[in-house]
Design a protein around this ligand. Structure first.
Ligand SMILES: Cc1ncc(COP(=O)(O)O)c(C=O)c1O
Length: 387
């Protein structure tokens, strides 16, 4: 008997429910085809939407920054870890987002778990979409605010909840811009109007919209022409930007408060110089390369149409994220394994990442896929038959 025996029991229960996760080892860069477990497979599960993590200008910037500034920041930003690379990046982000200022965090997860407790506390109310990302859910938990969950993208439900919520000091509505597992876009204009009527703040998580939606890839707020409105924009540098880090873009007052209150900003080491320089270079490419967004969406359209023609059930995504709904976790795992045998890597997504009964493959296209790779993936799905 050991006090650690429960670990085996816990693990066995996860396995039994078909929810066991394990790590796979990728032996190459996240391009259209990767080297995985000893063989080449088409990658349909990456957030490197524009292929910028392997863009020559982005890599050159990262190498140069490492040579100039070294490999690590060696301190938290408020001590010695802040550099001009941060200043440039935050100025560029604020410009793209149309806000007074921006602040970079070490990840999107860190940004959400910090900003939400800064915006809302014990006397406040958070209204959160039912399908918001786990980092938002964790931020809400840390805030100690009251929470009401509105049905996914249901503005009517949000209105009902807001109307019944007068006894709070502050109200915060929080939503993914592009939903990470469904690929649909939040009804931001309606949410913004409701917030204005009910004196509520709005926080939009643009992790999957930044770089791909809106003018010059500026994201979901720009997609709806809501630039300049009082919407706090959060995002990541880890997806279309191809690097790492999270950010908040908003008013100067908000950013100053975050610098003083956001715990995951204060109590952690700054990002490596290479990461900051890569993100900066990637922003330049995002602004100047509309053809990347065109290719990304053209691949998504081709893949989506072909899979629907083959009889697969896809959620009505409007973006590069294509959810193929399979139901049980066991079925999702079986289909993912069968696809891998056919040379396509598209990992199964199961609860708690998605609601029970909606296990799926979350397919994502990249601008750097070739047409041949997309066709190879479609052929693989066609050969699966009933799995
Ligand atoms: C909607 C959403 N928000 C936040 C995050 C966290 O971002 P990061 O990976 O930079 O920590 C993710 C990434 O998984 C996400 O999908």
């Amino acid at each position: 008997m050991s006090s650690y025996d429960w670990l085996d029991t816990e693990y066995a229960a996860i396995e039994q429910a078909g929810l066991r996760r394990h790590l796979r080892t990728v032996m190459s860069a996240p391009t259209g085809t990767i080297h995985l477990d000893g063989r080449d497979v088409v990658l349909l599960g990456s957030n490197n939407y524009l292929g910028l993590s392997t863009h020559p200008e982005v890599i050159a910037a990262a190498v140069e920054a490492t040579q100039t500034f070294g490999t690590g920041a060696s301190g938290s930003r408020l001590i010695s870890g802040n550099s001009e690379l941060y200043t440039t990046l935050e100025t560029n982000l604020a410009k793209m987002k149309g806000t007074e200022a921006a602040l970079v965090f070490s990840s999107g997860y860190a940004a959400n778990t910090s900003i939400i407790p800064v915006l809302a506390g014990e006397d406040d109310l958070i209204l959160s979409d039912a399908l918001n990302h786990a980092s938002i859910i964790d931020g809400c938990r840390l805030s100690r605010a009251s929470k009401k969950i509105y049905q996914h993208c249901d503005v009517g439900h949000l209105k009902t909840l807001l109307s019944a919520s007068t006894a709070f000091r502050r109200k915060l509505i929080v939503t993914d811009g592009v939903f990470s597992m469904d690929g649909d876009i939040a009804p931001l204009p309606d949410i913004y109007n409701l917030a204005a009527q009910h004196d509520a703040m709005v926080l939009v998580d643009d992790a999957h919209g930044f770089g791909v939606l809106g003018k010059d890839g500026n994201g979901t707020v720009s997609h709806f022409g809501l630039e300049g409105k009082e919407i706090i924009q959060m995002g990541t540098l880890s997806k279309a930007v191809g690097a790492l880090g999270g950010y908040i873009a908003g008013s100067r007052a908000l950013i100053e408060l975050l610098i003083n209150r956001a715990r995951s900003f204060i109590f952690t080491t700054g990002l490596p110089p290479a990461t900051l320089a890569a993100a900066n270079a990637a922003l330049d490419v995002i602004r100047s390369s509309p053809e990347l967004r065109k290719r990304l969406f053209s691949h998504a359209k081709r893949l989506k149409t072909a899979l629907i023609d083959l009889g697969y059930t896809l959620l009505p995504s409007e973006t590069q994220i294509l959810p193929v709904i399979l139901g049980s976790p066991q079925r999702a795992t079986r289909v993912a394994e069968a696809l891998l045998t056919e040379g396509v890597f598209a990992p199964a997504i199961r609860p708690p990442a998605v609601p029970t009964g909606t296990s799926r493959l979350r397919l994502t296209t990249m601008a750097t896929h070739t047409e041949a790779e997309i066709e190879q993936a479609i052929r693989a799905f066609a050969t699966l038959g009933k799995v």
